[in-house]
Write a protein that binds this ligand. Structure first.
Ligand code: NDP
Length: 329
């Protein structure tokens, strides 16, 4: 028997989540069984803990889009009992059962070995949010971003992706401008390395002018919507925006002018279907470029029973930094 947070649907189609005891025989198909030590809470988990947001197809369901733990049994030659592993992506926690359980059974292709220099708790303090932040940093670097080009904007900065993005960029020597709707998180963001705090109100309305003064050398955007549209018009000539989220909306009410008059690049960032090599590389960069004391400053640790409330909170943009779930709490 093992503990899991199970989401089910009642006759009226309303979902409800509860901690339950499950048996190994109830685990889904897969060739590696992992004793999960830590999972996390990401924006997508908020959706999967509640209505499902169109991501969850069958119930009962175990959410948790990422986890770290120890291999218990494996039919795949790449992993054996006792190996420490990390899982992100591959729609685990959405169409496959995920990490909100003391045991998970998955496909070996979806795993990576625990990165050197990180323990399982630290790997999940980073989690999908942090991996995505690193993928965005790498994409901007590939476009030629350098520390001498000016400030790099991070939107949704006090959230999970934003917090890690601020800390990585600052560690790499960039001047970081952090956009937040929570003025009270200014000190927290400065502690992570933000040199400038930008109030959300300054950017969350579309300007009547499609092009404004050129300000930002790069941007990591977790918000989308009107804020992304606004930011595109403020990018420096030839600069790039890594778009990875939709916390503020999925629409993009912009014009082509930033692209055709200023050569601005809009880079799409997906963390879910990344190749093994790509994930290995991004995790290695995280282990080297993210200061662990800053990572710790972002973390709150919880047990399974606290997740339904926190899931509702993250969808309202009320969670600060990263939530780590201890499966043995
Ligand atoms: P969080 O909720 O932790 O962070 C989102 C932040 O966005 C909030 O903390 C808040 O920051 C800000 N925000 C929330 N609502 C609004 C709004 N209406 N207008 C403007 N800003 C808002 O979520 P995550 O960091 O886990 O995820 C962020 C986004 O990235 C989500 O949309 C998620 O789906 C996406 N994502 C995408 C991935 C990919 O592979 N592309 C992987 C992981 C996440 P503040 O209070 O500082 O303003």
């Amino acid at each position: 028997m093992f503990k899991a947070l199970v989401v089910d649907k009642d006759a009226e189609g309303k979902t409800f989540a509860a901690v339950k005891e499950l048996q190994d025989a109830q685990l889904p198909d897969g060739n590696v069984t992992v004793a999960v030590q830590y999972s996390t809470l990401n924006y997508k988990d908020g959706l999967c803990l509640g209505s499902g947001g169109g991501l969850v197809k069958t119930y009962p369901h175990v959410p948790g889009i990422d986890f770290a733990g120890t291999v218990e049994a494996s039919d795949d030659p790449r992993y054996g009992p006792g190996d420490k592993v990390v899982l992100t992506g591959w729609r685990v926690g959405e169409i496959h059962w995920g990490g909100y359980a003391q045991k998970a059974r998955v496909n070996a292709d979806w795993l990576v070995p625990l990165p050197q220099g990180l323990n399982t708790r630290q790997a999940m303090a980073i989690g999908t949010a942090g991996l995505t932040a690193m993928l965005a940093v790498r994409a901007l670097e590939k476009q030629g971003l350098h520390t001498d080009q000016g400030p790099v904007l991070v939107t949704g900065a006090a959230g999970g992706v934003g917090s890690v993005a601020v800390a990585i960029l600052a560690q790499l020597g960039y001047e970081v401008a952090a956009v937040t709707g929570r003025a009270e998180q200014g000190e927290y963001l400065q502690g992570l390395g933000a040199g400038q705090i930008v109030a959300r109100e300054e950017l969350n309305e579309v300007s009547r002018r499609p092009l404004e003064r050129e300000v930002w050398a790069g941007c990591i955007d977790a918000v989308g919507g009107e804020m992304l549209a606004r930011v595109l018009g403020q990018m420096k000539y030839g600069a790039s925006v890594a778009a990875l989220g939709l916390a503020g909306g999925a629409q993009l009410p912009t014009t082509v002018l930033p692209f055709i008059l200023r050569g601005v690049n809009l880079l799409g960032i997906d963390s879910v279907m990344r190749t093994y090599d790509d994930r290995i590389d991004a995790w290695a960069r995280l282990a080297s470029d993210l200061p662990l004391q800053k990572l710790e400053a972002m973390v709150q640790e919880v047990g399974l029973a606290e997740l339904p409330d926190l899931g509702r909170a993250i969808l309202k943009g009320q969670v600060k930094g990263r939530v780590v779930v201890d499966l043995n709490a």
